[in-house]
Design a protein around this ligand. Structure first.
Ligand SMILES: Cc1ncc(C[n+]2csc(CCOP(=O)(O)OP(=O)(O)O)c2C)c(N)n1
Length: 347
């Protein structure tokens, strides 16, 4: 038997917790993958005071062929600990984005699983390989169902039902699709708008409004000849309106579509639901966007009819440099209620 305290007794190996017949990455491969993905860890040193106590601190770390490299300050407590006693360990743990609190946050779920999607899919693929016999017609049935689900979903959006289709039909396939937080992005822009590669998809990961224009400007500056299209609400747009001049100054190929309902639309929906329809601080005058475009000396269009949306954006896309498309939602109609502002049919 090995003298090494960490070595396992050779005869009494515990039963593995996984199916050994299914090829899976080795523990070493998993460990290498983990450290390649992660840039922070907990450095565990031995404290100066109280002497010898465990001391864990958060550090940034990089790995060079498996060797951890830290940049640590002479002022830091862990550096003082290491100077006295270099024994240390490093804990690198997978953060994971799976969040059990996501259950029911946006939709009422009948069935919720909180797991690492990549790991789950890898496991499913391994287990079903060669075992599944797809019934004839299944794929067609699935496609039909998918089309129906999409059509049913979009039908909720009243006059805006065809907006996604109209836009996709005129936007070049390689155009960059940037969004702010607005009702159109929470419903279709972030969820189901077809995009063809991850590198054309730019949106705020938080719920903070106003980031759309700066993000779109950054994307357009790096777009190398491709068009950038920004979808924003008027409320979010006004927060960083001054940045429009950056787009003008840099001559960026950027079409800004403002879904202009002269207010904080989603806030009004929340007030309807939670404050019995009492609206406050959610209606905005806002500048006339045509005059704003004049001031910036950029082309401007106003969309007053839902069916004119695509053709108008197509015109805007023909122009070089930044331009503004104002979707007048007061003329087209209010954005309809959608879940969670209305009950779902099967809820
Ligand atoms: C920086 C910031 N301020 C306030 C909010 C709260 N908030 C969320 S959505 C919203 C209204 C957005 O209005 P608009 O951009 O016009 O889009 P709409 O809801 O009308 O589609 C506000 C004020 C926020 N998310 N972020």
């Amino acid at each position: 038997m090995s003298e090494d305290a960490h070595a396992r007794p050779t005869r009494e190996a515990p039963e593995p917790l996984y199916d050994v017949n299914i090829p899976t990455p080795t523990h070493a491969e998993r460990a290498r993958t983990l450290v390649a993905q992660i840039s922070t860890g907990t450095l565990c040193t031995l404290a100066l005071a109280p002497a010898g106590y465990p001391y864990g601190s958060f550090v940034t770390v990089a790995f060079d062929d498996g060797n951890p490299i830290f940049l640590i300050s002479a002022l830091a407590e862990h550096t003082k600990n290491l100077e006295r006693d270099p024994r240390a360990s490093l804990l690198v743990a997978e953060g994971g984005s799976a969040d059990p609190l996501a259950n029911g946050r946006n939709y009422a779920n009948n069935f919720f699983i909180c797991a690492d999607a990549k790991l789950t899919l890898e496991g499913v693929i391994e287990r079903i390989a060669g075992k599944i016999h797809v019934a004839a017609g299944h794929q067609d049935e699935f496609r039909t169902l998918r089309r129906k689900a999409l059509a049913d979903y979009l039908a909720q959006f009243g006059p805006y039902t065809t907006f996604m289709e109209q836009l996709r039909a005129v936007m070049p396939k390689d155009a960059i699709w940037a969004r702010d937080i607005t009702q159109s992005t929470s419903t279709w822009g972030n969820r189901i708008f077809p995009i063809y590669s991850p590198r054309e998809n730019v949106y705020p990961v938080s719920a903070g409004i106003g980031q759309g224009l700066p993000l779109a400007i950054g994307a357009a500056a790096a777009a190398e000849g491709r068009k950038t299209v920004l979808l924003t609400g008027d409320g979010g747009f006004y927060l960083n309106i001054g940045e429009l001049w950056t787009a003008v100054q840099e001559k960026l190929d950027l079409v800004v579509i403002v879904m202009n309902d002269r207010g904080y639309g989603v806030i009004k929906k929340l007030q309807d639901q939670m404050q019995g329809g009492r609206h406050f601080f959610a209606d905005m005058g806002g500048p006339d966007l045509e005059r704003l475009a004049e001031l910036c000396d950029i082309p401007f269009w106003r969309v007053r009819r839902a069916d004119a949306f695509g053709a108008t954006v197509a015109e805007a896309l023909k122009k070089p440099g930044p331009c503004l498309v104002d979707v007048d939602m007061t003329a087209i109609g209010e954005y309809p209620n959608y879940f969670p502002f209305n009950p779902r049919p099967n809820a």
